[in-house]
Design a protein around this ligand. Sequence first.
Ligand code: GDP
Length: 298
Amino acid sequence: AAAETAAAKPGILGRLLGQSVETSRRVLDDAMLERLEEVLIEADMGVDCALRVTANIAEGRMGKRVSTAELKEALATEIARIMTPVARPLPLYPSRPQVVLVVGVNGSGKTTTIGKLASQFKAAGKSVVIAAGDTFRAAAVEQLQVWGQRAGVPVLTAPEGSDPASLAFDAMTKAQADGADLLMIDTAGRLQNRADLMEELSKIVRVIRKKDPDAPHNTILVLDATTGQNAINQVEIFRKLADVSGLVMTKLDGTAKGGILVALADKFGLPIHAIGVGEQIDDLAPFDPEDFARALVG
Ligand code: GDP
């Protein structure tokens, strides 16, 4: 579904060269390379990455006649090469429970992603517990309860405004007692006071480590792909706040801005565990670098 939706948008090179020149061959010259650079930057791939990709494409092709199809193929190959190392599903550990801390700014899709992941793991026969760790946002807790119901997974909550670390500790205790496979902990996404958020996140980590020194096994940063370059800042910020081990990119259904994933992969090399491709429970897809590259190029 991801590839189909993204492919419905005009791809990068489609926009560059237009449909009319589909079968024509033209000489790859400086002007054309510059245009290609511009389009890649415009597509959020980042300046360094765009320059490098363009240079690789130019190699052995400068001054030669190339067809649109060849150019698209070359670009898709370059993009797939950058994306392949980061395409990694959430690694599973034998720990009971495996603890997954989910971080990200409000609105990025944390709640939705937790619901979707819970549903997938449940369907795969895993027992899952969710902790509604954003205790200051009543709406987030309610929303998570709705997702828990849909996925058939218990959601542990605490009174509004109570200590998220205390909830995380209780959830850890329950998940261990139940022999649950997976504990997913939602967290607050208020960046207004970063010192507070950092303290909150590190306190959660401290208390769950009392129960399992290896926890959390994953710290997933959820990023909204439609925010473009902003996603870069968010990775930089959250890497200072928590030990981010991987990404989930949401809202790839509604955007032609997939280029930001290339910039992120190029800059940080963090695994992309999954992509959000809609608002429904099944709208979480594995990240497929080849499909993604083809859809982006168009
Ligand atoms: P949170 O504040 O980070 O917990 O974000 P939510 O999970 O509440 O999501 C914010 C909004 O984004 C909601 O309206 C979701 O339905 C929507 N959303 C989340 N993931 C996706 C996605 O992959 N595609 C689309 N189209 N919408 C999404």
